[in-house]
Design a protein around this ligand. Structure first.
Ligand code: ADE
Length: 231
C-alpha cells in the first residue's frame, strides 16, 4: 500500500514512521510512504505558500496553487485519480472501522493543512474525504496523518508478523482487549489468574471474553450500547 502525504514538513512524516514494525514493512516494500513538500510546488519567488485571509481575521491561509499543483504531480505519477483525505478537526472522526475500509485502498493521499487551514477552492478541487482524529485542535495535519498511517498500515497483509495479530484486540468486536500477562507467574506477590495456567483453551477464551466485557463496561460503556444496537 502506498501513502502520499502532502505536507510542509515531510521530515516529520518520514521520521515518525521509521521505527519498529513500520520500518520493517517499509524496508520490505509492503508499505510505501511518499512525503511530498507542498512548498516545492509554489510559483511564488519567495517560496511563500500562505497569505492573509480574505474578509480579515487571525492567521494565514495556505494558498490553493501549490496545494493543487502538488496533487497534480502525485496524480500524474500514479496515473489515476486518487482518494485525497484532508485532515481537519471538522472531518468525520477516525476509528477502527474507517481504518479497515481505508486499508483496502492501494494508494491514498493525505493532505496536511497548517495555519488557519487551506483555501477552500483547493479542497473543492482535490479533496474526496475529510477526516478528524478526535474532538480537539492540533497545529497541523502531520500528527493526524502519522496516526492514520500507523493504524491503517498494521491492517495491511503481512505488515504484522506472526508475533502479533490485528484480530484479537480492542475494537475488533466493539469490545476492549482483555488483560495480558507474561512471566514471572508471581510478581511481588501479584499472581497470574489461575485459569490462564489451566491449559483449557475454551475456558481461557471464555474468561478473556468476560474480562473484555468488564473492561468495556468500566471504561467505554458507549461501545456496549453499539454492540446491543448492532445485534
Ligand atoms: N488538524 C488539526 N486538528 C486536527 C484533528 N483533530 N484531526 C485532524 N486534523 C487536524
Amino acid at each position: 500500500m502506498k501513502f502520499h502525504v502532502m505536507t510542509l514538513f515531510p521530515e516529520v512524516i518520514d521520521q515518525s514512521l521509521n521505527y519498529s514494525i513500520l520500518k520493517r514493512a517499509r524496508e520490505n516494500g509492503i508499505i510505501e510512504i511518499d512525503a511530498v513538500n507542498i512548498r516545492d510546488y509554489t510559483e511564488n519567488k519567495h517560496l511563500r505558500v500562505d497569505d492573509y485571509p480574505y474578509g480579515g481575521g487571525a492567521g494565514m491561509v495556505m494558498q490553493a496553487q501549490p496545494v493543487v499543483d502538488c496533487y497534480r504531480s502525485i496524480r500524474e505519477k500514479a496515473g489515476k485519480d486518487l482518494r485525497v483525505i484532508y485532515l481537519t478537526p471538522w472531518g468525520k472522526v477516525f476509528n477502527q472501522q474507517m481504518a479497515r475500509e481505508l486499508a483496502k485502498e492501494e494508494e491514498l493521499v493525505l493532505l496536511c493543512g497548517h495555519y488557519e487551514g487551506i483555501d477552500e477552492r483547493a479542497l473543492d478541487m482535490i479533496a474526496t474525504d475529510f477526516v478528524s482524529i478526535g474532538d480537539y485542535v492540533l497545529t497541523g495535519g502531520e500528527m493526524p496523518a502519522v496516526i492514520m498511517i500507523d493504524c491503517i498500515s498494521r491492517l495491511v497483509d503481512n505488515v504484522l508478523g506472526n508475533e502479533s495479530s490485528s484480530e484479537d484486540e480492542s475494537f475488533s468486536d466493539n469490545l476492549l482487549e482483555y488483560p495480558q500477562y507474561t512471566r514471572p507467574y508471581d510478581f511481588e506477590g501479584h499472581k497470574v489468574p489461575d485459569i490462564l495456567m489451566s491449559g483449557d483453551h475454551a475456558k481461557v477464551a471464555a474468561y478473556r471474553k468476560q474480562c473484555s466485557i468488564e473492561r468495556t463496561k468500566k471504561f467505554r460503556p458507549d461501545l456496549l450500547e453499539k454492540v446491543k444496537i448492532e445485534k
